[in-house]
Design a protein around this ligand. Sequence first.
Ligand SMILES: [Zn+2]
Length: 363
Amino acid sequence: MNRRQLLVALGLGAVAATTDTPTSANAHALVGLEQGNLSGDISMLTRQPSGYVYVRDSIVYRLPRSRKRRMAWTVDDGTSVTMINNYVNWVKQHNLRLTFFVYSDMHGWRTLAAKIRPLVATGQIQIANHTARHPDLTKLSTHQIQKELWDCHKFIVKHYGVDARPYFRPPYGAVNHHVVKAAAAIGYTKPIMWSGTLADATRISTTGIWNNVRQYMGNEVIMLAHANNTQTAHLFARILRRIRSKRLALVTLQDALSPRPKPPSVLHATVSGTSVSLTWSTVTNAQFYEVVYWESGIRKTLTVASRVHTFTGLIPGRQYQFRVASSVFGVKSGLSAGSNFVKIASPTPQPSPSAPEPNPSIT
Ligand SMILES: [Zn+2]
């Protein structure tokens, strides 16, 4: 069975057969696939989905249904620094949302990190894991699979300050039970495939890319694009017009698959003098927390990076209650339930120097 037949058998058909083709640097990695030597258990992928399926065996192919028409634009690899930069400018200029699948050995992800980071903080750009060296994961041991993901993970934490979990895309879309299990064991529980592709991993004509845009763009589609050459940038304006004419909102995977983070649960507030120490539970991937409380009728908020904070100099005689919200990839949760009420003790009354002393001389 050749790669194309294999992919057709997997139900991915022509979409996957022409996508995520390797860059010259790792062309050798595909040889095994092309010869049909796909190792591991692929039976899970040969099962036909029944009806509308966006996720099967934890592998995500499309966006879940929603009342809002939406599409996830995903960009892989980054062998071209210029093209990564083109995408970042496109996002900034038109206030778009997209997901980068970072192949962390490509130096553009390091050189452009300072420019991309603010867009990651607002949630406009999501950074996801596409491994450190872009191998066919189905050919690797559990340890090697985890190392590929973890090396990329550490790169993302270091340069972008975020935890990319649970989202990863296996290079070439090569995935099996073994890969899914090995990745899930280190928190990468959402392997992301695609349901539309520009087939622009290697250089193709802009006409070819445009035909793919027309064929695949639509509601609930996860579109696969690459930052490996600059061809697609010539079509940015046309692509945007088409997105708008089809009334599609661009969303990140985070937007569509984990819409709103949970608020933390506030554990406890303890008072000591005029200070209150507040602790709450960790929310996965939270970059910061916002603590809200009222003082003298004024709503006060405070942004905190950790899950504990000590308030000092609170007003004696007053009662306080605190609520906390989490912020995950620029998306804020609702407020937690309130903490226990704590009261700052009034100072114990000292004998006042101005108080009249009993005067025994007055008789
Ligand atoms: Zn790739």
